[in-house]
Design a binder for this molecule. Structure first.
Ligand SMILES: [Ca+2]
Length: 276
């Protein structure tokens, strides 16, 4: 058993910067990680007990229904493989066929792309590149897994302690608590991503917006996906009208979107291909 003290201190600072609820100080003692499912029940009881003042009982009881997912663990361990090879082969594989569809989407949803550019200064081709890369404009479903279960498993697992999945669990519980999405039922990719541009829960809390009325729905509403993705870039330092080539200040924002260098380099290249 390893304690996650340092991680939790960092995580608390990160959440406060993002305007999210702070983690409780006793978490450093209470939250532990483990490398198999044997202590998951105990861990879940600790979380429920520590957070009972912060979340509704109905929210925390969602944790009773999640299992330790060996599938998520297996996929997490195997994840590095998808970012191997040269940039050229990666780019070819990931950008294949995206640009023509992206140009059609930009026309189809012009009023929302225009609104996002006006409001957040983020150009249509950049949003469309992200949308295409993440889920092929919402058409790629894969074999989605229940989001809360994925996030809870990764928060409990030791390997992920550096990448701050515990705050993602707290963010996910916050989303459930607000009544936005039942993340126990909703499904996403194995790391618990939400919606068509694959927001982690903390990103959802930072950036999700309603662009077409009827509430925020980043699973089904293209306008909400466009607005929310643009807002994420804006709140993370995007400069209106600025260049986004490698080395620019906007490229540093792109680097925050995904940790993989190959993926980072793909975004501006594809955006420029879309822009033509
Ligand atoms: Ca909406």
């Amino acid at each position: 058993m390893q304690f996650k003290r340092a991680m939790l201190v960092l995580a608390t600072a990160g959440l406060m910067l993002a305007g999210l609820p702070a983690l409780k100080s006793i978490d450093a003692e209470a939250a532990f990680c483990h490398n198999d499912g044997s202590r998951f029940d105990e861990w879940r009881r600790v979380i429920k007990s520590e957070y009972k003042g912060q979340f509704k009982r109905s929210t925390l009881s969602k944790l009773d229904k999640v299992k330790y997912s060996t599938k998520v663990i297996r996929l997490d361990r195997g994840n590095k493989k998808s970012f191997k090879g040269t940039f050229e082969s990666f780019y070819k594989r990931r950008s294949n066929g995206v640009a023509p569809i992206a140009r059609r989407k930009i026309k189809q949803y012009k009023q929302y792309f225009d609104k996002a550019e006006r409001q957040y200064g983020v150009p249509p081709e950049l949003i469309a590149a992200i949308w295409g890369l993440e889920t092929a404009f919402g058409t790629y479903k894969g074999k989605p897994l229940p989001i809360l279960e994925s996030v809870a498993t990764l928060a409990y697992d030791c390997r992920r302690s550096e990448s701050l999945f515990f705050p993602e669990l707290i963010a996910a519980l916050t989303i459930i608590d607000r009544g936005d999405i039942d993340l126990h039922k909703a499904r996403g990719a194995w790391a618990g991503e939400i919606g068509q541009t694959q927001f982690l829960a903390s990103r959802y809390l930072q950036a999700a917006v309603d662009y077409d009325g009827g509430g925020v729905d980043v699973f089904n509403s293209a306008p909400d996906v466009i607005g929310s993705t643009a807002k994420w870039f804006a709140v993370n330092g995007w400069k209106r009208g600025g260049d986004y080539s490698e080395g620019s200040s906007n490229y540093r924002v792109i680097m925050q979107w995904n940790r993989a260098t190959l993926y980072q380099k793909t975004i501006p290249k594809l955006a420029k291909e879309i822009r033509g």
